[in-house]
Design a protein. Sequence first.
Length: 271
Amino acid sequence: MTSIVLRGTTLHFDDAGPSAGLPVLLIHGHPFNRTLWAPQVEALVTAGHRVVTPDLRGYGDSGVDAGPVLLADFADDLVGLLDHLGIDRAVVGGVSMGGQIAMELQRRHTDRVRALVLSDTSAPAETDEGKAFRNRLADRLLAEGMDGYADEVIGKMLADYNVMAMPDVAAHVLRMMRATDPRGAAAALRGRAERPDYRDTLAAVQSPVLIVVGADDAFTPVADAEAIHGLVPHAILTVVEGAGHLPGAEQPGRFNAALLDFLATHVATRS
């Protein structure tokens, strides 16, 4: 693990694999940390790729901001990290909120994105109802902490049938959620409530795009992935059976197969 101070906050990250390998930046969702991507890091490094997995500000080992953190703030952090590492263009992938950060990075820093990997995410701006919900949840997490919230949502973060069937995965997901600083989670929730609409951004994407979704995702269902695919007709859409909102954790073999095939077939051969 390495750290860098960016815009007043210390960000921790891992940089694995050969420095000359195809760079892949993987962005975790809320309320997780970089260890969510452990199965993907192992598979990608074995395939010869370079993999950068940061803890977003407010999450994992990174520093915490008390105020709202916009998706633009996260995206600018990640470009600063790429600059620090000497990476001009990367495959940028994210799950859930991480997918929206990837879309924000595409919107703000198009020239830094070699390809997009969007897992279990959605493109439209937040609704008024959604804004109110996220701000209420932020207030709750600050008042109560993460434990109760983690227990409530584990059956949606994973497909409900996987909570008992995959105790090690469920335990890891719960640990990440419970360990998140409520101040960081709240800051991100308030910022995410103000996110822009990414549909025009996606419609203009010319680079390769992989869309992945768990077949039983309760938060961002298959229909949301299909809507993104409708905006980016050249994208590859993969539905992962036996998974919910976190297919990379629930079905890493299937997720990794789709990702590695995408990189080999659609990305590595492009300049």
